[in-house]
Design a protein around this ligand. Structure first.
Ligand code: FMN
Length: 350
């Protein structure tokens, strides 16, 4: 995910169960001229494996050369973006624009597969305009598969939808039926049970998790357990969340220095504050972080707000128990409800 899955993020994610992770998308031409910022997006480390790197581009020869560079930089998988909805990318004929050009997708994949030894994959959306009007995405998937992709990840929204509505599982199932390579279902996986439902509804071979793991890096283990039919790991406590946030800041300081770390951590606090009654106040504080001491004060506020919310939940639970009110949601979905899958599947982040 652009602006999210940098090296500090991936360390937090991997230590909490993320398997295959991806760096942020880079443009092929920026990589080929060794743009300094682009190379920083691809920065990696020995613990950062297995690692996918993703390219945006449209010229087969240039993408093939860029794929060679990524292989040399240590990528275990190279992915082509066929879903980025951003105007700047689409106007260059890249990202989601390629959903209207199946034959070009075939040429791109064939050139990249011939250029590298590592697996080449694609990540696509289910159409450029609306899914109903535009069945071209199935032809895109067929062309990619025919040219030798190792796997296809499908986010079940069209470019036009951006992030509105829901990820269309019927459309993902149609891709599964159209190709023989593994397909990863993507979109709206925020709990283990969502991954189980995605697999049951589409027949996909695994899932990719994106926004759901922002502020919840424990999601990877939950998804893995749910798919394998194992009991779900315990939910993170307030202290677990505070510790992850503190670690994120410490790693960001080490990696970027204080100035950039203070800017970056603001959005990370936003991620972790989701669901807290004091989220608005916390976010306002986060926006004012200009020095490490202000982060420390914000973290303290986070802890206090988290503990207050946990006590309020516990009180509500006790009251519900006393009243025999079964309507209040349990804090964790039961393992049985979430564990209907049959086999362990790979879990990835992007
Ligand atoms: C901030 C942000 C950045 C993203 N960057 C990328 C990217 O670089 N490459 C990509 O293939 N998808 C990217 N995506 C799309 C996600 O990978 C994913 O397909 C989409 O968010 C749906 O999955 P989710 O519901 O699990 O978030 C990005 C999404 C967001 C919200």
């Amino acid at each position: 995910m652009c602006g999210c899955t940098d090296l500090p993020y991936r360390r937090i994610a991997r230590d909490r169960g993320c398997g295959l992770a991806f760096t942020q998308m880079v443009k092929d031409d920026a990589l080929l001229v060794a743009n300094r910022r682009t190379l920083q997006f691809l920065d990696t480390a020995a613990w950062d494996r297995p690692l996918g790197m993703q390219l945006a581009g449209r010229d087969p020869a240039r993408l093939a050369e860029a794929a060679r560079r990524l292989e040399a930089l240590g990528a275990d998988v190279v992915d082509v973006n066929l879903g980025c909805p951003v105007r700047k990318i689409v106007n260059d004929g890249c990202g989601a624009a390629l959903l209207r050009e199946p034959a070009q997708v075939g040429r791109i994949v064939a050139a990249m597969v011939a250029a590298v030894k590592i697996p080449v994959t694609v990540k696509m959306r289910t159409g450029f305009a609306s899914i109903e009007d535009d069945q071209l995405f199935l032809e895109v998937a067929r062309q990619a598969a025919g040219a030798g992709v190792a796997a296809i990840t499908v986010h079940g929204r069209s470019r036009e939808q951006l992030y509105r509505g829901f990820s269309n599982q019927e459309a993902i199932a149609a891709v599964v039926a159209a190709v023989r390579c593994p397909v990863f279902g993507n979109g709206d996986i925020r709990a283990g049970a969502d991954a189980v439902r995605m697999i049951a509804a589409t027949g996909c071979h695994g899932v990719m998790v994106a926004r759901g793991a922002l502020g919840n890096p424990w999601l990877y283990r939950e998804v893995e357990a749910a798919i394998a039919g194992r009991p779900l790991p315990p939910r993170p406590t307030v202290e677990d969340r505070a510790a992850a946030l503190a670690e994120h800041f410490a790693r960001a300081r080490e990696y970027y220095g204080d100035y950039l770390a203070c800017i970056l951590i603001r959005k990370v606090v936003h991620w972790y504050s989701g669901g807290l009654p004091a989220a608005a106040a916390l976010r306002a504080r986060a926006n004012g972080i200009t020095a490490p001491e202000l982060f420390a004060a914000c973290l303290e506020f986070f802890r206090e707000a988290g503990h207050r919310a946990a006590h309020a939940d516990a009180d509500a639970g006790e009251l519900a128990g006393a009243l025999g009110d079964a309507r209040l949601p349990s804090p964790q979905p039961s393992p049985a409800a979430a564990g209907e899958g049959d086999a362990a599947r790979p879990v990835g982040a992007n």
